[in-house]
Design a protein around this ligand. Structure first.
Ligand SMILES: [Zn+2]
Length: 299
């Protein structure tokens, strides 16, 4: 595995005096679905387009142990359907997973289909804290009328939707900034977390974040050697990343990353945006967004 050794993460946390890391972009899913995802990465399928060796391909319990050993005190179980009649079943699984995994934020998802409003209401009632939406894999318009009741509920509840809306690694007609801009015109208080900082449309998604206070960005895979080789971040925009430091959240894509977890953390440290920026991004911002300092919050 390439990148900084895993021991780097503990050393980094100690240096910054961080009580833990919050990783808002990790994948836990039903075993059979995870295997299919791994097969897809192995085959470098058309939605990926390049070799992608997975670093942490272990049994679920081993993966949980690995994350906890990094000092990750809260994380997610991002699932996403690529077709209709799959989301409700995935949501049942993630609810059960969160119930038996107290440090996992209860995660849910949806797809444009007539039942979406109803099963999203069910997920919210059962305590979902974050929703994952995959426009790149799902290949649907986030503005689809079938999703109108969904976005309305999320906006009213103040529950964030983590949306893969950038065109990396392979765009489609629904990826890119325009559909999200249109959505925010209809739901201006919607808490959208733009996955991968909107790569490769970094500038456009920074503009969206500047224009909408409710919009956040996650750093998943950004600034790593692997990502920079394909979708380099425009260095002229780094000042804006520093200035938006209270709305940027650390994510890793664990376990589906082709390098070490330490490298994902080091990729942020080497930006030299300051220790406070790092503390906010790797921990404090997510504590605020998910109210993790409340007594009933994830351990
Ligand atoms: Zn991901």
């Amino acid at each position: 595995m390439t990148g900084e050794p895993d021991s780097y993460v503990a050393e980094f946390r100690e240096r910054l005096g961080l009580p833990g890391i919050i990783d808002i972009h990790t994948h836990f899913m039903p075993e059979a679905v995870m295997r299919k995802v791994w097969d897809y990465f192995d085959s470098a399928g058309p939605l990926i387009g390049r070799a992608w060796p997975i670093s942490y391909r272990d049994e679920e319990q081993v993966r949980l142990k690995t994350l906890r050993e990094f000092g990750v005190r809260a994380f997610t179980s991002l699932v996403y359907p690529h077709k209709p009649e799959m989301a409700a079943w995935l949501n049942t699984w993630t609810a059960q997973f969160a119930a038996r995994t107290p440090d996992c934020l209860h995660t849910a998802t949806f797809f444009p289909e007539p039942s979406a409003g109803e099963y999203v209401a069910t997920a919210l009632e059962s305590g979902a804290r974050i929703f994952k939406v995959h426009v790149q894999v799902g290949q649907f318009d986030p503005g689809d009328p079938l999703l109108t009741p969904v976005w309305g509920q999320l906006q009213d509840a103040g529950i964030p939707a983590l949306v893969h809306c950038g065109s990396s690694p392979k765009g489609n007609r629904f990826t890119g900034p325009e559909p999200i801009e249109a959505l925010l015109r209809r739901f201006p208080r919607l808490r959208v977390i733009v996955a991968h900082m909107g790569a490769p449309e970094y500038r456009e998604f920074l503009d969206i974040a500047d224009a909408h206070e409710s919009v956040l960005l996650d750093t998943t895979m950004n600034f790593t050697d692997f990502f920079e080789a394909e979708d380099p971040f425009p260095t002229a925009e780094l000042g804006r990343v520093r200035d938006l430091g209270d709305r940027i959240l650390f994510g890793s894509d664990f376990p589906n990353i082709p390098y070490s977890y330490g490298h994902a953390v080091h990729a942020l440290e080497r930006l030299e945006l300051g220790d406070d920026w790092l503390r906010n991004v790797l921990h404090h911002n997510a504590v605020r967004v998910f109210a993790l300092d409340q007594p009933d919050a994830a351990a």
